[in-house]
Design a protein. Structure first.
Length: 329
């Protein structure tokens, strides 16, 4: 009887040793496809008993090619690279790893916020280049205690960011349609509609998933309604922010600065207008990283995939399928 086969579509790790150890203990094998090409993906997953994916586009055609897959597991929290409706139509559950990097991303958010408000990156660059003076006038150095910070999204990471911001003594606003005002207040913030958050916040940080209703959330219209000089922080998904609108707002000064771990598209193309700006901090989608977080991510993803191949109950199903798909023996 052929070994149970778990296909990893793509991965940013040096190897798949962690996943292979988890799979081997259950009598399964890991096969790394390491491709983002839809045609090659469809071929690679055709006979997989489970699929793990990172950034590859698992679109409707790729899902339809899965003859045996009992689950699709995403390395991470967001699942916007997987066609959830197609997977649901084929009875394939899609699972994410919702809690592997909460502290890492919340910490990184605060690092970005402090770097923006205290001119950390440009000041350091100036000294490295031989300068020894303020890189900006005093008005460019701000304190969180004197600011209103808006947090969009009150999930695990959003709550972690709110707790951290509340400790600085400033005003914290939260916009999340499913969060209760009582829960937000208990964390030290005030629940408000998105428009109120934009018009009253000195800084906005995004912690919501990429959904049809959140894509392009920060756009020309919402930025026009925002407080002048707004600082924009995004460690969630790149498509929450319209890049052209952000660049235009930076050019006009209506946005005073941005700190972005994610962008649309990724990687950022050479010569893009967002690059080379002293008031923009950029990172290559790395806010989730720590040794512990990466270990949790990989071990959990492999464990869920193994459980699916055994027909066991699954955790963190995000597309409404009850459990592993039944497939012919």
């Amino acid at each position: 009887m052929p070994a149970v086969k778990i296909v990893v579509t793509d991965y940013a790790f040096d190897d798949l040793g962690v996943e292979e150890r988890v799979a081997a203990a259950a009598g399964a094998v890991i096969v790394g496809a390491q491709t983002k090409d839809p045609a090659r993906l469809a071929e690679a997953v055709a006979d997989a008993d489970a699929v793990i994916t990172q950034f590859a586009p698992v679109n409707a055609d790729v899902v339809a090619a899965m003859r045996r897959a009992r689950a699709i597991v995403r390395y991470g929290i967001g699942v916007d690279n997987v066609d959830l409706a197609a997977a649901r139509a084929h009875g394939i559950p899609v699972c994410n790893i919702p809690d592997y990097c909460i502290d890492e991303v919340a910490d990184h958010t605060l690092a970005f916020i402090l770097a923006l408000t205290r001119q950390v990156a440009p000041q350091s660059r100036l000294v490295h280049e031989g300068g020894w003076k303020l890189v900006a006038p005093p008005s460019g150095f701000r304190t969180l205690a004197g600011m209103t910070c808006g947090v969009v999204g009150f999930g695990r990471i959003g709550r972690g960011v709110v707790r951290r911001l509340a400790g600085f003594g400033g005003r914290v606003l939260v916009s999340d349609p499913v969060a209760s005002a009582e829960a937000v207040a208990a964390a030290g913030a005030v629940a408000v509609p998105l428009r109120t958050l934009l018009t009253e916040s000195d800084l906005v940080t995004l912690h919501c998933p990429s959904l049809p209703e959140t894509k392009g959330l920060i756009n020309a219209t919402t930025l026009a309604a925002a407080k002048p000089g707004l600082l924009v922080v995004n460690l969630s998904r790149g498509d929450l922010v319209d890049p052209d609108a952000l660049v235009s707002a930076l050019d006009s000064g209506s946005v005073g600065g941005a700190a972005l771990d994610v962008f649309s598209p990724e990687p950022i193309p050479a010569g893009h207008a967002i690059l080379g700006r002293s008031n923009v901090i950029l990172a290559p989608h790395v806010a989730s990283v720590s040794v512990a977080a990466v270990q949790r991510l990989r071990t959990t993803a492999a464990s869920i995939a193994v459980a699916a191949t055994r027909g066991e109950p699954l955790t963190s199903i995000v597309n409404g399928v009850a459990g592993p798909r039944d497939v012919p023996a």
